[in-house]
Design a protein around this ligand. Structure first.
Ligand code: PLP
Length: 393
């Protein structure tokens, strides 16, 4: 039994659990009882693996970056989740959850989205499976991510703008939970990250764990060993990071570095560095670190990256930080932007602004020349062109 994976009560150390309204009790308990059995079944695995290969394009390449390796005097490998269908890792999870929803007899899919990446992934799999799809999205995000909104609509989803709070991801999540409470019987809530009540964090981590499953054999093929010295990923809610580290968690020789978004600086008042400044609390059904004031009111997060702009973090990652299994670095907007431009010019890869936070870690850490460093590029930068162009003045 891994000390970093969820226990039978749904906790990672003291984090996690399922703090939900009574009305959701039955559907969350049903999900807890059957998700693992369904996911591990031969029938599910065959369909899931087929779609990952022939629809998503997996395995995603593990690319040795010669020029970055030279620059940082070490061995740097990029796990290319940016090359997946729809342009990020989110599709791995969306496919898994919709297959689960179908097997549970659900007919209606709801989701929350911030930047729109998870909304697009969910709308995509709903088109594929011919299911009704409703996506909740803060009005602020609807306005600043119009291309993704148009994509979701084209794919047949209904996008509902949310007008509460500062009208971003946290508010969209609240609204999705409200919908779920009104329609617990026929509705499946596809959560986009390793957050929410148990079993979501573990279920999403499991569905993303294909990333580390592939890293293992790809590293073996390319270096003769499946063990890297470092694993690096960015953390919003934590799903691409969870996938990257899942099969390596219990090997303490392998160092894990997580990059969260410092925004304009950890102490600037404009930040999303939840692990650095958050306190223990309950958010969206789970106990974790939360950005909150003395009265327990949520502090609105800020990051240049919509995908990392969240006042909580997955309970698995809260525990990895608390137990010091993972080192967590807070990366500023400026550092992320520099890292994005560097990768673009040196490798011809325009990364998502979220992934650029992980890339910026390379500047901060002193590696040995013999180290093997695997860094996950969670997504591609097409969606961030406006951000990059307006910064490059
Ligand atoms: C959503 C997103 C993230 C952040 O979500 P995690 O669950 O922490 O992985 C990171 N990168 C990209 C490209 C995203 O779309």
């Amino acid at each position: 039994m891994s000390k970093y994976k969820v226990n039978k009560d749904g906790y990672y150390g003291e984090f996690g659990g399922a703090y939900i309204p009574e009305i959701l009790h039955k559907c969350v308990t049903d999900l807890q009882q059957c998700y693992a059995q369904i996911i591990d079944s031969v029938d599910f695995q065959e369909e899931y693996k087929y779609l990952l290969k022939q629809y998503v394009g997996r395995p995603s390449p593990l690319y040795r970056s010669e020029r970055l390796s030279k620059l940082y005097n070490t061995h740097i490998y990029l796990k290319r989740e940016d090359l997946n269908h729809t342009g990020a890792h989110k599709i791995n999870n969306a496919i898994g959850q919709i297959l689960l929803a179908r097997r549970m007899g659900k007919t209606r899919i709801i989701a929350e989205t911030g930047a729109g990446q998870h909304g697009v992934a969910t709308a995509t799999v709903c088109a594929l499976m011919n299911m009704e799809c409703i996506v909740y999205m803060g009005k602020t995000d609807v306005e600043r991510q119009s291309i993704n909104v148009e994509k979701m609509k084209l794919l047949g989803a209904t996008v509902v703008p949310v007008l509460s709070g500062n009208m971003t991801l946290k508010d969209a999540t609240n609204e999705a939970i409200r919908d779920w409470c009104s329609n617990p019987k026929d509705t499946f809530y596809i959560i986009g990250s390793t957050v929410g009540p148990h079993p979501y964090p573990e279920m999403v981590a499991k569905l993303q764990s294909v990333i580390s499953e592939e890293i293992k054999f790809q590293l073996m093929e390319q270096t003769g060993s499946s063990q890297p010295n470092y694993l690096i990923a960015c953390v919003g809610g934590g799903s691409n990071a969870a996938g990257t580290i899942y099969h390596y968690l219990d090997d303490d020789n392998i160092k894990i570095i997580l990059a969260e978004a410092a925004g304009k600086g950890v102490d600037s008042g404009e930040t999303a560095a939840t692990i650095h400044i958050g306190k223990k609390g309950i958010l969206h059904g789970s106990k974790t670190y939360v950005m909150q004031d003395e009265d327990g009111q949520i502090i609105e997060p800020y990051s240049i990256s919509a995908g990392l702009d969240y006042p909580g973090v997955g309970p698995m990652h809260a525990n990895l930080a608390a137990t010091k299994r993972a080192q967590v670095l807070a990366i500023t907007d400026d550092e992320a932007i520099s890292a994005a431009f560097l990768l673009t010019r040196m490798e011809g890869i325009i990364p998502a602004i979220e992934s650029s936070h992980a890339l910026a870690v390379l500047e901060r850490v002193k590696f040995c020349p013999s180290d093997v460093v695997v860094l996950t590029l969670s997504g591609r930068g097409d969606k961030d062109m406006d951000t990059y162009l307006s910064y490059n003045k």
